[in-house]
Design a protein around this ligand. Sequence first.
Ligand code: HEC
Length: 244
Amino acid sequence: MTKLRFFALLLALAPAVGLAAGGAKLEHSGTDLGDRASLQRGAGLFMNYCAGCHSLSMQRYSRLGEDLGLSQEQVERFLIRGNAKYGEPINTGITAGDGEAWFGKAAPDLSLVARAKLGGPDWVYSYLKGFYVDESRPLGWNNTVFPGASMPHVLWELQGIQRPVYDVDAEGQAHLVRLELVKPGRLSPAEYDRVARDISAFLQYVAEPAALQRESVGVWVILFLALFTLLAWLLKAEYWRDVH
Ligand code: HEC
């Protein structure tokens, strides 16, 4: 019973302290679905750096255009790679078989990843910031929130190269405590954070496109309720004037 309670408490606390499955702390991404420019940048970054391996098969280019306020021409010019059509879903050029042959694992479809992972966009954000060099891995990269991931750090030229810093405990066990930037990338750490945030926001939107409408409908509902409250209050004042 006490054990059960303990686990219930742990479960309740896990999201609060941001525990990922691997035990690494997640960083707060600060994504904002109301920030259309951020979503547009995220879409562009995704098409440039991620779509070569990952598909978003539950999302069509046309829907992307409508939701992000881009014309068909802009989508075709800036987002579509290869000869995909505007009405088609976002598919990657490589097959699952190629992915397995090249990386030991097929790159999964990312349509729902920002909802599937505990922590959602914070997981994606921490993942994109969590790559470090590890010569024991086949591609030379490892990741703090996804230990043993078979994805290379595709944004290393932007972020630079991070090395792990270990702390040895009383039992002689080494624990990774933080990452250290040993070779700066093209971007400053703050600029790279924004890149990671924009991609995370974009994947958050893709995982639930209706959230955009819900947020904008929400504003009108609140405005309506505020107006209605005012009307009801004026009406009450009017009625009570006769009573007094
Ligand atoms: C060179 C191919 C390649 C590119 C480019 C690439 N990835 Fe990956 N990605 C992979 C592979 C392979 C995996 C599977 C890793 C595993 O399961 O070990 C993966 C896994 C992931 C996962 C975890 C998915 C899951 O369900 O566990 C996320 C999130 C992800 N990638 C995001 C991205 C983002 C964002 C970009 C662009 C910045 C990107 N990837 C670019 C190959 C790639």
